[in-house]
Design a binder for this molecule. Structure first.
Ligand code: ACO
Length: 326
């Protein structure tokens, strides 16, 4: 019998603290009007002092396990997609493993905002290969610690949060129908945290120059995001062997409403079929698409039998898409 890998449980956790556009007006020279009209973001969540990526991830993981009807000891593997892990090492996945009481292998995956669909592709492949049966994948970010809160071109965009999914064998008629992964390191300089790694270990100078914070060429990233996300959506649909009209809901990476609108226009997916929640959370990088999927399911926007396309784009550059039948 043909097997498919798919998602059998979802979880989500966002920190309690809400930072509104109006509050940002008192931090940097910006306006609620600029942020709303240029990005679509109204507010974002900010982790409490001492609340790390593994804390958010563990909360989301516990809910995903509960919704899958599983315990931590049932897990065969944990993959955490993050670019704001607790430390350079050990991996955030190892910290999550202990926090939730699991004992299985665990590793991190760094694909920035494309982290969740990358992790989904890895997990789906390993389930289909028969190597692991139950895999927990998580997208978790506390980017607020890596933002220059005086740089208005970036600090208004990002937020903290985590989403989790359990991937397992779901039988023949549903699950992951296709995955498409891409990367182009020639554009690595467009979006990065320059210091803190081996290329520029942290120093007094690097901190004084704020090189441990996120730097982005927003307009270049914008153009490449639109082109590559639109292309990736169409590629995943073609690989799934279904027509565009079959897609019931498109879940795009939630970075900028104008990017989402442009991707919808290019792919001819009506906006009524596009899930948007960036107004509440801003860009949560690897947590963005999984939190959106969680909310789409919870709110009833996704029903059994629906076809869902998911697409993400981020630093690397990386981009990725998948089509699932729910
Ligand atoms: N408030 C007020 N004015 C601002 C702000 C702000 N918060 N930020 C920038 N401006 C100003 C700029 O200084 C500029 O002023 P100038 O014309 O006097 O120089 C003007 O607004 C226009 O700036 P642009 O950068 O051209 O604005 P743009 O329309 O491109 O929007 C944005 C900027 C929102 C960053 C957009 O380019 C974008 O969303 N880019 C893509 C981000 C993204 O998708 N990232 C992907 C993944 S993230 C990851 O992987 C971690």
């Amino acid at each position: 019998m043909k097997r498919n890998a798919g998602i059998v449980g979802l979880g989500c956790y966002v920190p309690e603290k809400i930072l509104t556009n109006l509050e940002l007006e008192s931090i940097v020279e910006t306006t609620d009007e600029w942020i709303r009209t240029r990005t679509g973001i109204l507010e974002r969540r900010i982790a409490a002092k001492g609340q790390s990526s593994s804390d958010l991830a563990s909360q989301a993981a516990r809910e995903a396990l509960k919704n899958a009807g599983l315990g931590a000891s049932d897990l065969d593997l944990i993959i955490v997609a993050t670019i704001s892990g607790d430390m350079l090492f050990p991996s955030t996945a190892c910290l999550v493993q202990t926090k939730i009481g699991a004992t299985c292998p665990a590793f991190d995956l760094a694909a920035a905002c494309s982290g969740f669909p990358y992790a989904l592709a890895m997990a789906g492949g390993l389930v289909l290969a028969g190597q692991y049966k139950k895999i927990l994948i998580i997208g978790s970010e506390v980017l607020s610690g890596f933002i220059d809160w005086q740089d208005r071109s970036t600090c208004v965009l990002f937020g903290d949060g985590a989403g989790a999914a359990v991937v397992s064998d779901v039988g023949p008629d549903k699950g992951i129908l296709s995955t498409y992964l891409a990367a182009d390191g020639r554009y690595a300089d467009l979006l990065k945290i320059p210091a803190g790694g081996s290329a520029m270990p942290p120093s007094l100078e690097s901190v004084q120059q704020k090189l441990h914070t996120l730097k982005m060429n927003g307009s270049e990233v914008f153009k490449l995001a639109v082109r590559n996300m639109a292309d990736a959506v169409l590629k995943a649909i073609a690989l799934a062997g279904i027509s565009l009209e079959k897609i019931d809901l498109l879940i795009p990476h939630q970075a900028n409403l104008r990017i989402i609108q442009a991707v919808a226009e290019r792919t001819h997916v009506p906006l009524s079929k596009v899930f948007i929640n960036l107004d509440k959370y801003g860009n949560m990088s690897s947590a963005s698409t999984i939190v959106a999927l969680y909310e789409a399911v919870k709110s009833g926007r996704i029903q059994p039998g629906n076809h869902i396309a998911m697409v993400a784009f981020g630093s690397g550059l990386t981009w990725a898409s998948t089509v699932m039948k729910w």
